[in-house]
Design a protein around this ligand. Structure first.
Ligand SMILES: [Zn+2]
Length: 83
């Protein structure tokens, strides 16, 4: 690990990881989507991405509709596939 590498915390399991290793997301109007460079963002780790239970907790926290939740999970699965 390089010195001064920014470390961020996973919003779900609170693990601390270098920023690069985490997935940056954004929440707006009860929807979660990839960070656009503006507004409030948060991070989740790849472990939580694969943990449906944790994802469900996260969606509940942000009051996502089931449709939005589906899209969110789809997005994470795509990320997973692409590495
Ligand atoms: Zn996590």
């Amino acid at each position: 690990m390089r010195k001064n590498e920014p470390v961020r915390m996973c919003i779900t399991c609170r693990v601390r990881e270098p920023q690069q290793k985490l997935i940056r997301l954004q929440e707006k109007n009860s929807n979660i989507f990839p960070y656009t460079g503006q507004g409030r963002s948060f991070y989740i780790c790849t472990g939580c991405c694969e943990n449906e239970k944790k994802l469900k907790g996260l969606m509940k926290r942000f009051r996502l509709s089931s449709e939005d939740s589906e899209q969110f999970v789809k997005y994470l699965k795509e990320l997973d596939k692409n590495g």
